[in-house]
Each structure stands twice: as structure tokens, then as C-alpha cells.
Design a protein around this ligand. Sequence first.
Ligand code: GDP
Ligand code: IMO
Ligand code: MG
Length: 434
Amino acid sequence: MSTLIVLGSQWGDEGKGKIVDLFSQKFDFVTRYQGGHNAGHTVQVGDQKFVLKLIPSGVLHPNVRVVIGNGVVIDPRALLDEIEMLERAGIDPRRQVSISSRAHVIFPFHRLVEKVSEARPDRVAIGTTSRGIGPCYEDKIARRGIRVADLLNTGNFETLYALLAEDKQTLANAFGIKGVINYDEILADYKRMAEKIRPMVCDTAQLLNDAIRLGKRVLFEGAQGTMLDIDHGTYPFVTSSSAAAGGACTGTGVPPTSIDGIVGVSKAYITRVGGGPFPSEDKGEDGEKIREAGLEFGSVTGRARRCGWFDIPLMRYTAMINGFDSLIVTKLDVLDGFDEIKVCTAYKAHGVVIETMPAENLLLEQIEPVYETLPGWPEPTSGITTFSELPKNAKDYIEFLERRTGVEVGCVSTGPERMETIIRPGSKLERLLA
Ligand code: GDP
Ligand code: IMO
Ligand code: MG
């Protein structure tokens, strides 16, 4: 095995950061392929906690090279801040980071456009992270975006910037927010930042393909989750990039024929931040209990995450979209002490059981979850590292999820730290990591 995609199988925050950091020990490269600093990937090492937003979660291993692929959108200010944050912690990320010359650049006016669009009274707010992610991808798709390569080519940058700024000024005028953006200041600031990132920029598609040809091992780190994917998620309550497995190829330039394995990360329950349908949401006491035990508050925006029960139809859908070889179930310890654990095993729409994920949001909003209830376990699972040591009911729960989703659970996480992890012997995941 030389390449592996690790991605979120729900609505994000599944614990990808912890898992990618742990698996990174076995890889030479870790690359992000989509999203931007809307992501918040937490890695806990002892009493140190890192929240990585743009830089791949392999960076804490000094011998791992980390790549920001072409599918990512980069706010240079956020990137430099993150580099400084790591430097303050004694890490030297400039040595490890490579940035795609084909990645698109976020500007401050992207954030402003997003704010205005989210506040429009005629629209239901998506509840975005307000990082300018969506508007930057809009410019990319509209073929007027500015890429890192353009940013580094001063003459060309000024021309492209003038065109983009004119476009945004027209938009700002239409929204009645004239004069709040200082375009010249932004230009000067971006020229300065371009020089700081220049040494890290290269053709990362070439870098990764050459590495794979030489037998190096590459881990692809998804951001967000499949249900937030622009095509396959709960549109329009999604992010603006391809978070699902296909995005790993378009977002890095590594072809599908070079991918050896794909694994999904899922919580032992489910959460969502922001608006949009959520069939197995628990707005009652149990949801609150999960939020408290799981510390379910956003790592980027601090917003309380909506909490609910494991959703089997959703997982079957995301397993189909991604072709999961194996599933990693995180935060099992958060369910410790529940008398009963509910699992959404089917959807009912207007009294009819449906087997597939509806495309219509309105229908998804109206869906009634069908629950089955499993017995909980009073014993703590925190920090357990072998499957056989888990309480019987916890093992039964994991095996129930496996049976109903049709995907093996190759790994169970029992705490935020690296060692608080079970890799199941004989699993496909174990073979993929060998
Ligand atoms: P990501 O965006 O998928 O990387 O996930 P986040 O970092 O946003 O959120 C996951 C949170 O759960 C972080 O605070 C992690 O430190 C924490 N976490 C990860 N795995 C476990 C686990 O197995 N148990 C517990 N209790 N916390 C975990
Ligand atoms: P990680 O990688 C959870 C959600 C936002 C909002 C929607 C669109 O940490 O799992 P955006 O700013 O991307 O345009 O917002 O997507 N969202 C996330 N939710 N985890 C994330 O990233 C998210 N990134 C975006 O809350 O509902
Ligand atoms: Mg997160």
C-alpha cells in the first residue's frame, strides 16, 4: 500500500485530525485536497493541543512532507498565522510544507461577499464559517479567480487583481456597501505575503506523482465531510468543495489509478454545525449529554454542534459515494454511561420507508428517523487500546454498526490522544496501513 485517502463520512468534525496525525507516522507525504481554513482539525499530543486549519495534520511529524493541493483555497494571512502558531510551538513547518501553484487565493472581499450573502433576508442562511471559502470557489468556477502562481507573478497579478477588484466593487455597490474595502492596501499586503510563501510553492501534482512513482507513501486528508460535499451532500447546506473521495484526485492531480485505499471517519454518534437537514438530531436531554461529554463545540467558530444518533442510511450512502474499504469510529468513549443508545436504522418519508438518500432537502427535513435501541455500557472505554478489552455492549454496538452499514470497522478511537486507539487485528485497515 502506498496511498490512502482518509475523509469524513458525516458532516465534518469526525476526528480526522487525530486519525491523520496518528497514521502519518507510516507516510512520507500528507496532502490536503480541498477546503480551506474553514476546517479545524484537532491533534492532541500530551497536554499540547493543535487546531490545524490549512496545514495537513501530518505536520507534527518532522519527517513528513505536507502538501496543500490545488483543490484547496488559501487565505495567505491564515496560512502565515498558522505557520507562526506552529513555529511558536517549536515546529519548523516551512521545511515541510509545499503549496500548489494551482491553488486559488482567498481575498478579504470574499469574506465580505459571504457575509452579505448569508445575511440576505430572502435566503435561509447556510451558517458558514465566514472564511470566504464559498465566494473564492465561486470565482474559481467562474474562471476569474487568482491562483497562487498568479500571485507570485507580480505584473500578471496586478492585472488580474484589478479585474477581480472591479468585479467586487460592482457587487459591493449593488449591495450598497460602497467604500468599505481598501483595494490598494489589500494589493500591497498580498504582494508582501506572496514573498513569504514563495519558497514553499511548487507544482505539487508533479511532486506527489514523482513521489508515488518512487514508492513513497502518500496520505490524502479530507476536510469537512461527505454530507458537506458540494455534489453529494445536503445541498445547498454544504461547503463549496469536493470533500468526498473523488476530490482527492481532482484536488491533487494524483490519478484514481494511483489510489490504493479509502477509509471513512465517523463519530460513534453524529454532529453537524450550521444549518440544514439532520434526520437523527436529538434536541433533547440526550443530545445535550452528548454535546457535554463530547465537548461538541466548533474548533474554528466555537459554535455549539448539533448532536444526534448514528445514522445508518446516511453511512450506507456515504460508503457508496466513497467506496470505503474500512470505517474508523471515533469518540466511542463519549457514549460511556448511557443506559441506552439509539441508532437510526431507516428513514420514513410520509409513512413510507425509504432506502436511499433523498436529494430533496425539503423531503430530508421531513424525514422521520426509525430508531433501534441498543443497551449502553456503564464501564469506561476511555483509553482502551484493544478491541477485546471493550465492554461487551460496546463491542456489540460496533459490530451492529458493521453489520448494518456493510463496512468493516477497522479502527475505534477511545480518546483524543494518539495512543487512545484500537486498530483491529486482521482488518482491511490494518493491511492498508502495513
Ligand atoms: P476533525 O475536523 O474531523 O479533525 O475533528 P475536530 O478536531 O473538529 O473535532 C473532533 C474533536 O474530538 C477534537 O476535539 C478531538 O480532539 C476530539 N477527539 C477525537 N477523537 C476522539 C475520541 O475518540 N474521543 C474523544 N473523547 N475525543 C476525541
Ligand atoms: P472539518 O474539516 C464541520 C460547515 C459550516 C457550514 C457549511 C458551509 O473541521 O470537519 P463554509 O464556511 O465551508 O462555506 O460553510 O459547512 N463546515 C464544517 N462543519 N466541520 C468542518 O470542517 C466544516 N467546514 C465547513 O458550518 O454549515
Ligand atoms: Mg473540525
